[in-house]
Design a protein around this ligand. Structure first.
Ligand code: HEC
Ligand code: HEC
Ligand code: HEC
Ligand code: HEC
Ligand code: HEC
Length: 189
């Protein structure tokens, strides 16, 4: 290799390639963070359903729609029929409600995008937490103020264990609250 070419390679090419490689790694790392640990994830929904309006302003109880939080592992998303209890009348001429009514009449489920998800190999149970007095807000934040639901807490293994270890201090307002399990087979069954 000629000296000038070697010089160019050492002084310009290698640093440039390294800069681009590191730069794009750091870039994708931060851009994909929300996708990886979920915090900040707030997908656009097929119908602009507002928790702030329904659960906040109108004060509809969370359990009116998320019916199984106290009886099963899942909280569940309500079927369109639950919405139609009101929307056969309320705002029925608005575009979003016309769209909603169409799903109902065609017997189709609204394709809501899932916000929170724990991988299948880990076991989570709503009723086990909610029935001990741990309210939605401890894990989901103030959903009643959200126009679009966003994930606000991390649900990595470290985050679950962190609350399990510190529950008596962290949840001191709940009388008699115990620590959560830390043995592997409680969550990996
Ligand atoms: C009128 C019915 C209704 C009420 C009342 C309601 N929700 Fe929802 N909830 C929905 C629907 C529909 C979705 C799916 C669309 C969306 O994510 O906005 C949803 C989604 C959610 C999600 C995200 C689920 C996921 O995909 O991970 C959370 C968390 C949630 N609700 C919590 C609450 C809490 C907490 C309350 C009470 C403060 C509440 N909801 C009250 C209907 C309701
Ligand atoms: C208990 C009655 C009730 C239930 C149940 C209910 N809604 Fe509503 N919803 C209302 C009322 C009342 C309004 C109008 C509030 C206002 O504008 O002041 C409204 C407004 C809306 C709007 C805004 C319409 C617009 O453009 O003005 C949408 C979208 C909507 N609801 C979707 C839903 C969906 C989806 C569900 C089921 C998951 C649902 N609602 C369940 C009572 C209800
Ligand atoms: C101890 C933390 C915790 C509490 C308390 C909690 N949730 Fe959740 N929630 C989660 C986790 C974790 C997921 C994801 C579960 C999964 O993927 O299996 C979730 C998922 C959901 C979903 C998506 C559908 C489903 O069933 O998985 C809804 C809706 C929801 N929560 C509503 C609520 C409501 C309403 C309350 C209060 C009555 C509540 N949650 C209390 C942690 C919690
Ligand atoms: C806000 C605090 C908090 C968070 C966050 C939390 N837990 Fe818990 N969890 C508890 C407490 C407290 C208990 C023990 C309740 C009791 O028995 O008194 C518990 C109990 C459990 C149990 C035992 C249930 C049973 O059937 O006895 C499992 C399994 C569990 N948690 C899984 C999880 C997983 C998985 C996550 C994360 C996705 C999680 N928890 C997040 C506080 C939390
Ligand atoms: C309180 C519930 C809980 C307990 C107890 C728990 N885990 Fe987990 N674990 C989870 C959750 C939730 C995930 C999925 C989220 C994540 O990857 O962080 C997970 C993920 C994992 C993974 C996959 C990690 C990865 O990076 O893909 C392994 C391996 C694992 N756990 C092993 C263990 C072992 C070994 C123990 C006992 C020492 C244990 N877990 C105890 C909740 C728990």
């Amino acid at each position: 290799m000629k000296k000038s070419l070697l010089d160019y390679t050492l002084k310009v090419r290698i640093p440039l390639v390294a800069f681009v490689a590191i730069g794009s790694f750091v870039g994708t790392y931060y851009l994909s963070r929300a996708e990886r640990d979920g915090v900040g994830y707030a997908p656009e929904q097929p119908i602009l359903f507002s928790h702030r309006l329904h659960a906040g302003t109108m004060r509809i109880d969370c359990k009116y729609c998320h019916t199984s939080v106290t009886s099963s592992p899942q909280a569940t998303i309500p079927p369109v029929g639950t919405c139609m209890n009101c929307h056969t009348v309320a705002r029925k001429n608005r575009p979003a409600i016309i769209q909603l009514t169409k799903f109902y009449e065609e017997g189709k489920a609204v394709p809501w995008k899932r916000v929170h998800r724990v991988p299948d190999y880990a076991y989570f149970n709503h009723s086990a937490h909610v029935n001990k007095g741990i309210d939605c807000v401890h894990c989901h934040g103030a959903v009643e103020n959200m126009e679009v639901v966003a994930q606000v807490s991390s649900f990595t293994m470290g985050a679950c264990l962190d609350c399990h270890r510190t529950a008596p201090e962290r949840l001191a307002a709940i009388p008699g609250i115990k620590r959560g399990p830390e043995n592997c087979n409680a969550c990996h069954r």
